[in-house]
Write a protein that binds this ligand. Sequence first.
Ligand code: GDP
Ligand code: MN
Length: 377
Amino acid sequence: MKLYEFQGKEIFKKYGIPVQSGFLIHKNDEVKNLTPPLVLKSQLLVGGRGKAGGIKIWDGNTDALKIINELFSLKIKGEKVRAILALEKVDILREIYLSITFNRGKSTPVLIVGTSGGMDIEESARLNKEKIHFVEIDPFLGILEYQIRFVAKKINIGNYLEFRNIIRAVYKIFKEYDATLVEINPLAITPSGFVAIDAKVNLDDQSSFRHEELFNRLREEKEFIQDKKKVHTSKPKEDTITYVPLSGDIGLISDGAGTGLFTLDLINEYGGKVANFCEMGGITNSEVMFKSLKMVASDHSVKSILVVLIGGFNRMDDMAEGILKFKKELNKDIPIFIRMCGTKEEIGKELMKKANIPVYDSLNVAVEKTIKKAMEN
Ligand code: GDP
Ligand code: MN
C-alpha cells in the first residue's frame, strides 16, 4: 500500500526524523488564519507533483485561497487533488536523495543515497552514476556504523551524527512497518539542520496481517480523502465466503481458492491491482454469489469486478441468477466481467448475454478487459 506524504511524515515524526510542521486541508474545508510563507502540496499517490504544478509556495503577497482552489482543480496523472498539505516553508541549502528499498536480485534491503536529490533524481541517476551510492544491508546485522560513515563521506555530509540518526530511523521504519520502500527525496539541509521535505512510504500488502490496525487506519484516511465514504475494512464473516481486503481497484470473485489465487497472479502480471478478493467456498449457490458481489462492491475503490467460475458442483445458471439479482437489486454501475465454464454453462452464458454482462471463454481476455475498465473508470 502506498502512503500519502502526510501519512509517511506522521511516521517520520514518530521516529524522530525532522519534518516541517503543518496541517491537512480537505476539499470544501474552510481555511483561515494562514501565516506565510507556506508550501502548499497536493496529496497524491503519483510522483513528480512538483513538475506537474502540484506544489505551490505561498509567500503572503497573493491570495492563498486562490492558490488552494487552483490546486484543488488539478488532476495529475489521472489523480484528482482532494487534499492539500500546508507546511511551513523552509530554506533549502542542499537537497539529498535517501531511500531504503529491496534489492530484489539479492533479496536484501539496500540503502541508496544520492549527492543531489530533488525533482531530477531519475535523470541525474542515469547521467551521473558516481553520484548515487548503494549500500547492501545484511538483514541479520542491520545497518552498520561504517556503512553510514562511508556514504556520509562520499556525499560530503558535515553533520554526521544527525545524518546517522536519520538513516537509522529510516531503516527502523523500513523494518518495523514491513515497508518495501521508505524514501526521502529530497532530504534537505537547511540553516537549522536536516528536514525531510518529502516522504514516500510503501508498505508490503502481504504483511498487512501483522499490522491490521495500522492498515485499517491508513485505508480509512485514504478513503476519507478519496471520496469521503467509508470502506469495508474488516473481514465480514458470512457463510463459506472468504473475504480478503487488498489495496487495488479490481474486485475478484471465484468459486474456489486455487482459481482465485491463480487469477490474482494473472491480474498482477497484466499490471492490474486487486482491491479485494472473495472466495465463495466450494459448493455454492446464487445467494452466496449475490452476497459475494455485495461485499466486493461495498469497497468504494472497486472500479471493475471479475467473476471467475469453474462449474464442477456449481451450476452456472445458479451463479448467473445471483449476478442478475445483484444487478437488479443493488443497481450498482460497477462493470462486471465473467468467465464461466462447466455445468449448465450454456444457460448461464445466455442469461449473462441477455443482461449485457460480458462473458469470455478466455481467462486472459477477461482479465485484460477487467483491468482496462478499472483504469478507465
Ligand atoms: P515531488 O515533486 O512530488 O517529489 O514533491 P516534493 O515534496 O519532493 O517537492 C518538490 C520540490 O519542491 C522539492 O524538491 C523542493 O525543491 C521544493 N520544495 C518543497 N518544499 C519546499 C520548502 O519547504 N522550501 C523550499 N525552498 N522548497 C521546497
Ligand atoms: Mn519528492
